[in-house]
Design a protein around this ligand. Structure first.
Ligand SMILES: [Fe+2]
Ligand SMILES: [Fe+2]
Length: 477
């Protein structure tokens, strides 16, 4: 067992890479391709160096170090959480058996697919966010953007390591493909819809890190339960880094709402559009968009594939060991969202009962929704404390869906089913319109001066790693 990272190596790692020359060489030949991808598809704002956190260890304390680093020289490493030698499979038909150090032949294709899909999202978000540096509201925010970017790069490394180490030639080919698909590309887009959307402004960035990165947290949480131990340990460590990404999103939206409240009070009007702040209805529309596309990432309400992953032991539930059932779900059931026929035979928004195994996507989405509710609660507290009566809310699960039971219908944020023409006519009431987007973009002027901040967002309560807000987080080139 080793937890200390080897930093003398070309690729920092705690997986004893030097003991497997073939694997080491394969990864070292992928490394320049990764760097080329970073240079061509990564952050576009030229910088000298950035105050970044770098993972150096996986222990309880001191797993990361902070310092100013030129971004292309960031030490992207391979880190697996510490091995638990007595760990057994926690669910499915292999429950209680020792976990797997190798990929069982019968589950090879499924495991590879899950790793590729997870791996594809990591570089995608870097691509989506590549131009945001040019309009950062402060050096603090700029630094956070780059921190998220380098860590998504490291998450790509984490998945590529698994592909190289455990999936042979096919795994190496998939690792190449992860650099060739690109977010929003016509010919070879990223695999999942939300990762081909633009992140054109900072309100979108905070909403993305709140809602879409949070989907990542839940997917990693289910893979952390996997009987394939290297996957489990990789995801466990990734979740540690992911917590910072959640913080960026949560506090980012906090600060936008905070500033809007201040301007509303100052001018005694809800109409802050001309006053340099983002009106609450526009914040609500951005929330509606990012939340609904993120719900799609959980897949259909029912899935026999996911039932099979569970039974096989390769993908578990969120917090599997806290569930008080037999962890096999052979005879349990669950209510899932569905279109059901009303009296006239018209399909209407409702629920239907299915076997718990088949409904696992719904189970995970439900955990996610409850978590998202937490954000809305805190943003509403900011509104309340600011003496503002308006509130934000999560739209109904049927709103703006492209995947699952409600993909074929249109619904309002309140969950009222409407016709396609009505949706066409009214969608600008609920999703960011061209006018909203243009307005938000008009606010996106860079503030790259130490200690200064843009007028549409409040400063953070705390800096990074104990540093003040006016610290020199980024040195521009
Ligand atoms: Fe990630
Ligand atoms: Fe993330």
């Amino acid at each position: 067992m080793t937890t200390t990272a080897d930093y003398g190596e070309k690729i920092p790692n705690n997986v004893r890479l030097h003991e497997d020359r073939r694997l080491q060489r394969a990864l070292e030949s992928w490394q320049p391709n990764f760097l080329t991808w970073w240079q061509t598809m990564g952050p576009t704002l030229p910088t000298q160096d950035v105050y970044l956190r770098t993972a150096v260890n996986v222990g309880r304390d001191g797993w990361a170090q902070f310092g100013h680093v030129p971004m292309p020289e960031y030490r992207w490493g391979i880190f697996l959480a510490e091995r638990d030698p007595g760990r057994t499979v926690g669910f499915g038909e292999h429950k209680g058996e020792p976990v797997w150090d190798k990929v069982p032949g019968e589950y090879r294709a499924e495991l590879q697919r899950l790793i590729v899909i997870q791996g594809d999202t990591e570089p995608a978000s870097v691509e989506q966010q590549r131009n945001l540096g040019a309009t950062a509201p402060s050096l603090y925010d700029l630094r956070n953007l780059f921190q998220v970017n380098v860590e998504e790069g490291r998450h790509l490394w984490a998945m590529v390591y698994l592909l190289h180490a455990y999936f042979g030639r096919e795994g190496r080919e998939e690792a190449e493909e992860l650099l060739h698909r690109n977010s929003g590309s016509e010919d070879s887009p990223r695999i999942l819809g939300a990762f081909n959307e633009e992140t054109p402004d900072w309100l979108s960035f905070y909403m993305f890190t709140y809602f879409t990165d949070r989907d990542g947290k839940y997917q990693l949480g289910t893979l952390k339960e996997s009987a394939f131990d290297p996957l489990s340990r990789t995801c466990e460590f990734m979740l540690k880094e992911e917590a910072h990404h959640m913080m960026v999103g949560t506090t980012g939206v906090d600060r936008v709402v905070q500033r809007t409240v201040e301007v509303m009070r100052e001018h005694d009007t809800a109409d802050v559009g001309g006053l340099g702040a983002i009106p609450l209805p526009v914040i609500q529309k951005y929330l509606n968009f990012h939340y609904s596309v993120s719900l799609d990432l959980f897949g259909g309400e029912t899935s026999t594939n996911v039932a099979n992953y569970y039974t096989a032991g390769i993908k578990g539930r969120w917090m599997e060991d806290r569930r008080k059932d037999d962890h096999k779900l052979g005879s349990d059931s669950i209510m899932v969202d569905a279109l059901v026929g009303d009296a006239s035979g018209e399909p209407s928004i409702g629920q239907t009962e299915v076997s718990a195994l088949v409904g696992l996507n719904t189970d995970l989405r439900r955990e996610y929704i409850a978590d998202c509710q937490g954000g809305v609660k805190r943003w509403n507290r900011i509104l309340e404390e600011g003496g503002v009566t308006q509130r934000l809310k999560l739209p109904h699960a049927a709103f703006n869906r492209k995947v699952g039971a409600f993909a074929g219908i249109e619904a309002t944020p309140d969950g009222e089913k409407i016709s396609a023409p009505e949706w066409q006519r009214r969608q600008d009431e609920w999703l960011p319109s061209a006018v909203d987007k243009t307005y938000v973009r008009s606010l996106m002027r860079p503030v790259h001066e130490r200690g200064k901040i843009a007028a549409w967002i409040a400063p953070p309560r705390n800096g990074i790693n104990g540093q003040p807000f006016d610290y020199d987080y980024v040195h521009l080139a």
